[in-house]
Design a protein around this ligand. Structure first.
Ligand SMILES: NC(=O)c1ccc[n+]([C@@H]2O[C@H](COP(=O)([O-])OP(=O)(O)OC[C@H]3O[C@@H](n4cnc5c(N)ncnc54)[C@H](OP(=O)(O)O)[C@@H]3O)[C@@H](O)[C@H]2O)c1
Length: 328
């Protein structure tokens, strides 16, 4: 199977690329080559997806069995992909987001039929608009789209609600005995999925004609409270977590930037019904527990101090929220 990933060296897609190569797929990666991720076995195409000329010269007249765009976020991105990949691929996979599912949810169990609606997060509304455009192309012209909606999927970072994405800020605070913020009372339910588990379900969808016109989420079946999530990270760091409980509404008043992340996503309990992905990919079963995933992520950070980046803006925001709550 000849597969093109646009991106492919990112937080989720690195694990998927590695597994695709292991499974013998002929994998092309189209990215700018800025990330120095080691990916031997893939065919590197260097190009910028936002630059049509660089895309044309990278892709030449190559055709694919599957194209996955890991980094399409807006209807404009999708319009461009439709132009470039019509007639060039037998399957086009759009990476959407589980944050597109109805917020607030009327039922905490999420299936692929849960309505898509998120008044709190523009990122999610854009993903919904992308899905609609692609489904229209499927209905009108048989464009062979499959939609995948990852939920919080991690590999080498700590999947938390507040404390930085892709950095070491939260772990650093915990190690220094500084307080961390837990939204609400920490009892709402959440699901974090390791990228290697996601990859097992994802790769099973590629090249399967029955997935055309369908949408899937792919998550772990391990359900945790946010208290358990932060406690697990603290346990693996060998420290005591100083959790400060603050309502989401209060947090977003102090730092409006967090509105989408909280009110548009992590404030509510969600549990994913994975029956659909399991019926299409019967061998799929997530097996990496959150504790094991955190052990691996923290080992990865510990291997090289240069990986332990601290986001000072996030640190200051956390301090500001905690101070504002203490003095209210
Ligand atoms: N992580 C989650 O929990 C989560 C949850 C829901 C949905 N998602 C979705 O998952 C996707 C993220 O996947 P990911 O892990 O692969 O992403 P990522 O970590 O953002 O990686 C971005 C990839 O795209 C390449 N890239 C960036 N800008 C480019 C450009 N202008 N032209 C060509 N290549 C470019 C990067 O390589 P270079 O920098 O070398 O070009 C890299 O390979 C997004 O669509 C996101 O909405 C993620």
């Amino acid at each position: 199977m000849r597969v093109l990933f646009i991106g492919g060296t990112g937080f989720i897609s690195t694990a998927v690329s590695r597994m695709a190569i292991e499974r013998g797929m002929e994998l092309y990666l189209l990215n700018r080559g800025i990330r120095s991720t080691e990916m031997s076995g893939a065919i590197q195409l260097t190009g910028d997806i936002h630059n049509p000329e660089s895309m044309r010269s990278a892709l030449k007249d190559l055709k694919f069995d599957v194209v996955v765009d890991w980094i399409a976020f807006t209807p404009e991105d999708v319009e461009r992909d439709l132009k470039v990949f019509r007639g060039r691929t037998r399957q086009f996979v759009f990476i959407s987001s589980a944050s597109a599912y109805q917020k607030p949810p009327v039922n905490y169990i999420i299936t692929e039929s849960t309505p898509l609606k998120n008044p709190y997060w523009e990122y999610s509304r854009n993903k919904i608009a992308c899905e609609e455009l692609l489904m229209k192309a499927y209905r009108d012209e048989d464009f062979p789209v499959t939609i995948v909606r990852p939920s919080y999927t991690y590999n080498t970072y700590l999947p938390v609600a507040i404390g930085g994405f892709g950095c070491y800020t939260l772990a650093d605070r915990m190690l220094k005995g500084k307080p961390i913020i837990v939204h609400g009372d920490g009892s709402s339910l959440w699901v974090n999925t390791h990228a290697e588990d996601f990859a097992k379900g994802f790769l099973g969808l590629l090249g399967n004609d029955k997935t055309i016109g369908q949408a899937f989420h792919i998550t772990s079946d391990e359900v945790l409270t946010w208290n358990q999530i932060y406690q697990t990270i603290a346990d693996e760091l060998g420290v005591e977590a100083k959790m400060v409980y603050i309502p989401s509404d209060f947090i977003v008043k102090v730092v409006p930037r967090l509105t989408g992340d909280l009110l548009g996503d992590k404030t509510y309990s969600v549990v994913f019904d994975n029956s659909k992905i399991k019926s299409f990919v019967p061998e799929f079963q997530a097996t990496i527990s959150f504790r094991e995933g955190m052990r691996r992520a923290l080992e990865w950070f510990a291997e090289d101090k240069n990986r332990q980046g601290i986001n000072e803006n996030v640190n200051q925001e956390m301090d500001r929220i905690i101070q504002a709550y203490a003095s209210k």
